[in-house]
Design a protein around this ligand. Structure first.
Ligand SMILES: Nc1ncnc2c1ncn2[C@@H]1O[C@H](COP(=O)(O)OP(=O)(O)OP(=O)(O)O)[C@@H](O)[C@H]1O
Ligand SMILES: [Mg+2]
Length: 343
């Protein structure tokens, strides 16, 4: 990274751009508790937006490390959402599907004349890249999720992409990654990092308790054992996501409850109901949905199980008149949620 950019990163610039979209503000509002990681990524997105990204290489290549359920995959989704208006504009390669060498070959497709050429359209084709762009931006967001699961030959394919932003498919078509931002996510080192944070049972007490640098070094150590230096040298930033603090988890719960209200409004239309939550209910949902081990991964499912599903039963039994406010509480006798109509 240039000197200028590293100064900008360290100074944590205040949000300053609204044109074409303030990606920094968008990301920070949605990815909670990971500002250090976000500020490694944001300058590259801004360089692209300013049309000042270097030529002959992808707009940015990021290795996202750290414990499970802390927002690595979600970051790529939110970048796609910020640029294109929907997280569907993401080309996601689930590396768990490419554990065998012959599976990795599907990424570029078979050469003409080879058995199965017709059926094996390259997964990494120019059309697939273009399909995830939009009228808002030409930048495609590509996520290679859980790269440690892929067979070793995936590293060779990635080397070409990261180095020259270029790939040739089996049927000899060029694929250009200059207008792509590439995220590589990995759980390497997550077990060792969990050991370092384990003394803080339940929630990570505070994001400062285990120094970020120490977790980062642990993650990098595991990554260096697995990937070659040439590969790692082509990455713009390796960022380590932190275990989420209780404050961060609480903010994520609020996000999920707001998203649930949006869904209810959208689906019920004029019959919508306004959901309110007691403090005890919020605490219950947090306890159920969050653990130091799985991060925020279970939170959405918990909100579905304890709020959305019982609400759906009440709606089909016509027990909630349209337009009413409903208080979602916590039942201590029989642990679970309660629903009360408010005046
Ligand atoms: N920092 C965060 N901010 C907002 N939501 C988050 C955050 N971390 C996790 N979540 C929520 O938890 C879900 C799971 O997170 P995500 O898929 O990003 O985990 P991950 O870090 O990729 O984990 P894994 O290593 O297991 O793949 C997300 O879809 C999102 O709803
Ligand atoms: Mg993930």
């Amino acid at each position: 990274m240039s000197k200028l950019l590293s100064v900008v990163t360290n100074d944590r610039p205040k949000l300053r751009r609204t044109d074409p979209i303030d990606v920094a503000a968008y990301l920070q509002a949605r990815i909670i508790g990971q500002d250090e990681a976000l500020w490694e990524i944001i300058p590259f997105l801004e360089m692209y937006q300013a049309n000042l990204n270097p030529m002959g290489r992808p707009a940015g290549v990021f290795l996202l490390l750290g414990p499970t359920g802390t927002g690595k995959t979600r970051t790529a989704e939110v970048v796609a959402e910020a640029l294109h208006g929907s997280d569907r504009h993401l080309l996601r390669i689930d590396c768990g599907e490419y554990q065998m060498e012959h599976e990795v070959a599907k990424l570029v497709g078979a050469p003409p004349g080879y058995l199965g050429h017709k059926e094996t359209q390259a997964v990494l084709s120019q059309q697939r890249l273009d399909a995830v762009t939009s009228e808002h931006s030409r930048l495609s967001v590509v996520l290679f999720d859980e790269i440690e699961k892929a067979a070793p030959s995936m590293q060779r394919i990635l080397l070409g992409i990261l180095d020259k932003a270029f790939l040739r498919t089996g049927d000899n078509h060029p694929v250009n990654f200059e207008n792509s931002v590439i995220f590589l996510s990995s759980n390497l080192g997550a077990r060792e990092m969990a050991e370092q944070t384990r003394p803080q049972m339940g929630f990570a007490q505070s994001q400062c308790e285990v120094p970020g640098d120490k977790l980062h070094q642990t993650a990098l150590h595991a990554v260096r054992k697995r990937f070659s230096p040439e590969f790692l040298n082509r990455i713009d930033a390796a960022v380590t996501y932190r275990p989420l603090s209780k404050e961060a988890m609480t903010a994520i719960l609020e996000q999920q409850l707001a998203a649930l209200q949006q869904l209810v409004d959208l689906r019920l239309g004029t019959r919508t109901v306004l959901l309110r939550y007691t403090a005890e209910c919020r605490e219950f949902l947090l306890k159920q949905g969050i653990s130091a081990e799985y991060g925020a991964r279970e939170l959405k499912r918990t909100v579905h199980r304890w709020v959305l599903q019982p609400l759906a039963s009440l709606v089909i039994q016509k027990r909630i008149p349209a337009g009413r406010r409903v208080e979602v509480g916590y039942d201590r006798e029989e642990p679970g949620t309660t629903f009360k109509l408010l005046r």
